[in-house]
Design a protein around this ligand. Structure first.
Ligand SMILES: [Mn+2]
Length: 351
């Protein structure tokens, strides 16, 4: 079943307005700006003159309406809704701004706006073969890029310099762009789970956490490796081995039919027993057109893993004044077990 068909089957209103860029791409293969009007008998891309030719190329089977100074989005949307007699319309209330919503409301008197309630996001949790191929390609690019840059990164470089080398290599290998802002955090900065790369000069004896991904046809990969410079000893080495074991336990716990919360708990219990309170975030998340999708592999989550889910497993330990470590893979759930899309090794590499 194609994505549009699945969405039409899941709709609970007469029509839907779709604004989230990932959903435009997922439903219409359209990557420009604007929005989609969808009902059973018509599917229309609404956009401005900058994107009309692109829309024709990317989504030739979709209708096309162009906004201009006289007919702005609310008016154009109202026309579509009236001409198809829709009384109820799904809107992405978790994405539109309050102002957007108010403009729609006043342009659509007599029409009931119904929250989209994550219908496309729910469907997107299960990836088809084409989507999985893109994610696997993006994962291979990121993993290969990491391996390729190891000989050229060294103590004395800044976090920003390592970031640039890594991102350049991913582009060289065919990534469309970074999957999200690359994290490169060395030394004490490693205690910040989502550190921004800085001018900190990496010194021997420090760990460097690299969290990054590539993009292929809009689909993303997500991986984290922590590498050492010079000899890594004492607590940092213990932290590394703790995270590595927790990550393996998390991977081993993944299975179709299992609740995400159970998987999270296995890795979390292992870390909490050694470094209480040092692992604050969730174990993982879905990955696809957006970097953080459902299902969340989070504490207490009852969401059950099904074939076609793509999730990360990324425990970490963060200790202010000491440093930190995270190790992450992106894996595909199948009936026959997991496929780990990230090939890069996970033993402690000391450069
Ligand atoms: Mn991640």
């Amino acid at each position: 079943m194609n994505h549009l068909e699945a969405f039409l089957n899941a709709m609970r209103a007469d029509a839907a307005l779709v604004h989230r860029p990932e959903n435009l791409r997922w439903l219409a293969n359209y990557t420009g700006e604007g929005c989609l009007f969808i009902c059973r008998e018509a599917q229309v891309i609404l956009t401005d003159s900058r994107y009309t030719e692109q829309a024709r190329r990317e989504a030739p089977e979709w209708g096309l309406e162009q906004v201009d100074a006289q007919r702005k989005y609310p008016a154009l949307i109202a026309e579509q809704i009236a001409s198809h007699g829709a009384k109820t319309v799904h809107v992405e209330t978790d994405f539109l701004t309050y102002d957007d919503y108010r403009r729609l409301e006043s342009a659509l008197a007599g029409v009931e706006l119904v929250p989209m309630d994550g219908i496309p996001e729910k469907l997107r949790e299960v990836k088809d073969e084409e989507e999985l191929a893109c994610i696997r390609r993006a994962a291979a690019i990121a993993s290969d890029a990491f391996m390729n840059i190891l000989p050229s990164i060294h103590a004395g470089m800044t976090e920003k310099q390592v970031q640039r080398v890594l991102e350049f290599e991913m582009l060289e290998l065919g990534s469309e762009g970074v999957a999200f802002d690359t994290i490169a955090a060395a030394g004490l900065n490693g205690a910040l789970p989502h550190a921004t790369p800085s001018d900190h000069v990496i010194a021997n004896g420090e760990l460097l956490t690299l969290d990054f991904g590539a993009t292929v046809n809009g689909y993303r990969s997500d991986m984290t490796r922590t590498v050492g410079f010079g000899k890594i000893t004492g607590e940092l080495r213990q932290i590394y081995e703790t995270v590595r074991m927790a990550q393996q336990l998390g991977l081993d716990a993944l299975a179709v039919g299992k609740a995400c919360g159970e998987v999270d708990r296995v890795a979390r219990d292992y870390i909490d027993a050694r470094y209480p309170g040092a692992f604050g975030h969730s174990l993982g998340h879905g990955v696809g057109l957006y970097i953080h999708e459902q299902p969340r592999v989070a504490s207490g989550s009852a969401a059950v893993l099904v074939p076609g889910n793509v999730v990360t497993v990324e425990p970490g330990v963060y200790i202010p004044g000491v440093g930190g470590c995270r190790i992450e893979d992106t894996v595909i759930m199948t009936d026959g077990g997991i496929i780990n899309t990230i090939a890069a090794p996970k033993h402690l590499i000391e450069l």
